[in-house]
Design a binder for this molecule. Structure first.
Ligand code: UT7
Length: 326
């Protein structure tokens, strides 16, 4: 039975030029390369400079994705940005991105906040709109300037995060309704809101008119991240009617290499199929999966008809997974 599928037709990414290494950090707080490397797998991260905002990286990533999709901004029907670090409290960063890209008048634009799961959540929204026939082309972006909400005197958190953006263009195309179709084959999102305080900003606009700093119960998040990331993969594959043996690439949320390794081990996914960028991006929250995805495309790792599964986990807690046949 024919159906509409959301085909991934272009990806792009953007990172600040400024790179902060572990050695640089060891001059700022009581830490060292050995601790950061062994506990997290992170070696360096990119940090926005003055005059660079979340939208700066969104726009660059979007331009690259549109170029790779051979599309123009006028072709886009919907812009969605997943972020916890918008340029302004309102309007949405997506509105600024849409304006500066030059999309058609009256194109829908909005932000969503699902923390590190933002890209998976945003993709589910775009996929549903495409499959319902409401839109044809969606620009889905995950982007952060986490460096603006990190307490640079807190070694527990400041070594973990980075800035950047990843973008994906999805297009409505005819499929057969089979899992041999190219396009998004499954999305699944979850939340366990009882964990609200385990990973959060200590402030907020409504709460105290500030944006605050990142606070995390690292050990607790670490423990729960592993089953959540596993579940994101297993549940989305189940919906797609595929098995782990069908997977060509796994792109997990890039928070900590030890978490990624444990998840891959639990799923029994060959480490050569796991895309890792946490070593040079750090944890970029909503940007982490689309950044890793776009970088993998730029490196010619991912090919037509490959099955790519992604899973995320972050504040809320939120988590989820998605499966795409390229
Ligand atoms: O994006 C959403 C998902 N986020 C995550 O998945 C992150 C999950 N959590 C983690 O990745 C890890 O818990 C961390 C990397 C954040 C921390 O690793 P850990 O192995 O859980 O370390 P810890 O917090 O238990 O700290 C161990 C020790 C402590 O010293 P004592 O109390 O044993 O003397 C810390 O004070 O390491 C110390 N420490 C540091 N030492 C050097 C904490 N941060 C640092 C640091 N440099 N940057």
């Amino acid at each position: 039975m024919s159906c509409i599928r959301s085909r991934l037709i272009g990806t792009g990414y953007s990172l600040p030029k400024k790179v902060l290494t572990n050695d640089d950090l060891s001059k700022m707080v009581e830490t060292n390369d050995e601790w950061i490397s062994t506990r997290t797998g992170i070696k360096s991260r990119h940090i926005a400079e003055e005059g660079e905002y979340t939208s700066t990286f969104c726009i660059e990533a979007a331009k690259m994705a549109l170029q790779n999709a051979d599309m123009k901004p006028e072709d886009i029907d919907f812009v969605i940005v997943a972020t916890v670090t918008p340029d302004n409290t309102f309007p949405a960063t997506a509105a600024k991105v849409a304006r500066d890209l030059g999309v058609r008048p009256q194109v829908a634009a909005m932000d969503i906040n699902a923390a590190c799961s933002g890209f998976v959540y945003a993709t589910q929204i775009a996929d549903n709109m495409i499959r319902l026939g409401q839109i044809k082309n969606a620009l889905v972006i995950g982007a952060e300037t986490l460096s603006r909400i990190v307490d640079w005197t807190d070694r527990n958190t400041c070594v973990l995060f980075g800035d950047g953006a990843g973008a994906a263009v999805f297009q409505a195309q005819e499929g057969e309704g089979q899992n041999s179709d190219r396009g998004i084959l499954a999305t699944k999102i979850f939340a366990d809101v009882s964990q609200y305080d385990k990973l959060c900003s200590d402030s907020g606009v409504s709460f105290n008119q500030r944006s605050g700093f990142v606070h995390m119960d690292g050990k607790e998040v670490f423990k729960l991240a592993i089953p959540c990331l596993v579940q994101g993969v297993e549940e989305s594959l189940k919906i797609a009617g595929l098995e782990l043996k069908d997977v060509d690439w796994y792109i997990p949320h890039q928070a900590n290499l030890r978490i990624i390794d444990s998840v891959a081990k639990k799923l029994e996914i060959d480490e050569n199929k796991v895309i890792v960028s946490v070593d040079h991006h750090g944890n970029t929250s909503a940007a982490s999966i689309p950044l890793a995805l776009a970088e993998a495309f730029a490196q010619n790792k991912i090919h037509d008809n490959d099955v790519v599964v992604m899973s995320s986990m972050g504040a809320g807690f939120t988590w989820g997974g998605l499966v795409i046949r390229i």
